[in-house]
Design a protein around this ligand. Structure first.
Ligand SMILES: [Cu+2]
Length: 334
């Protein structure tokens, strides 16, 4: 790629990134507004200031924004029911995984992972899928729905398809492309989280998503790089600020192809485990949890002492190739 086309692309990516950041801000404000008065009392949660980062990478998204970005959809009332309408666009977008490696991702809304969709159990969910990519793709949601909405039929390029179903059961579900070879479509970045909240909500917490993915750069059925929320080593280089003694609720998903399972481990603490996010009582605590591909959990913890604490899979090869991060615990009185 010539220098001029590379810098044009960077400019375009930065423009998209700025638009995306703006959009994210609007969505976050909308989400907070919509949540007002609901069981999830977001006003009781203090979110540390999010640093403005200039990573030098020409990314169309910022993993620091992905963390706390929840898409509640456009909310409508139809026949006395809450309907949440989501717009998803399949694209091919270059992502700079580090200063040396650019990867052509297949993605939704120019980001990997895809937007975190969020509804409450019993809502009607309407996902409008625009395939603007050059390949056929589909959206397959985990959860309970009719066969006609299972998303295994390819949607050809240029076509739009509507997936509509009731949000059930409450919990944490993945959604992803289901066009063969699925390992390639998922490995290229077509996956995200679909959170269904219980009707009664959950206690206030600083909520974040942590999606584990991988990149098979050599197309040899093995991963060369791994990442939390899209960019390898991002939270190693830019630790996630959280407050001391405040409850953190982590929605963790493993979407790593080719490795049968990975673990997720946090340092100097234990977390309460809510398997598949299905259940309001935790009966298990650990500092490490094993997840096969597509497994996901809610993990809850708070840090007692300020400082920087690592999190990573305990498969050290995977940690050393991009799945590495830190929480930066800020003292309460800071
Ligand atoms: Cu696909």
């Amino acid at each position: 790629m010539s220098d001029s086309s590379s810098s044009e692309r960077k400019l375009k990516n930065r423009r998209q990134f700025l638009q995306w950041t703006l959009w994210t801000g609007v969505m976050a404000a909308a989400a907070l507004k919509f949540n007002a008065g609901k069981a999830q009392a977001t006003d009781q949660v203090k979110i540390p200031p999010i640093p403005k980062l200039d990573t030098g990478l020409g990314a169309t998204f910022d993993p620091m924004m992905v963390l706390r970005d929840f898409d509640y959809g456009a909310v409508k009332e139809e026949n006395g029911r809450t309907v949440r309408e989501f717009q998803l666009y399949a694209h091919s977008t270059p992502i700079e995984l580090n200063s040396a490696i650019t990867f052509i991702s297949w993605n939704l809304n120019d980001r990997v992972p895809a937007p975190t969709l969020r509804a409450t159990e019993g809502d009607r969910v309407r996902v409008i899928f625009h395939n603007e990519d050059g390949h056929s793709h589909s959206l397959h949601f985990h959860g309970i729905h009719p066969a006609s909405m299972d998303g295994i039929e390819p949607i050809r390029r240029g076509k739009t398809n509507i997936y509509e179903f009731d949000a059930e059961p409450y919990g944490v579900h993945p959604y992803h492309c289901h066009v063969a070879p699925i390992s390639r479509h998922v490995g290229k970045g077509l996956y995200g989280l679909f959170i269904i909240d219980p009707p009664e909500g959950r206690p206030p917490a600083d909520e974040m998503v942590m999606v584990m993915g991988a990149y098979d750069l050599e197309t040899d059925g093995e991963n060369e790089l791994y990442a939390f929320n899209g960019i390898p080593n991002y939270y190693r280089d830019y630790p996630i600020p959280i407050y001391q003694n405040q409850l953190i609720r982590l929605y963790v998903l493993n979407m790593i192809e080719y490795d049968p399972a990975v673990t997720f481990h946090i340092h100097a603490n234990l977390f309460a485990i809510y398997r598949t996010g299905h259940g309001l009582e935790s009966n298990e605590e650990s500092d490490v949890i094993t997840m096969g591909t597509a497994e996901r959990n809610i993990l809850e913890f708070a840090y007692k002492y300020p400082g920087k604490y690592m999190f990573h899979p305990h498969q050290d090869y995977i940690a050393e190739h991009g799945c590495m991060g830190f929480f930066d615990v800020i003292a309460e009185d800071a």
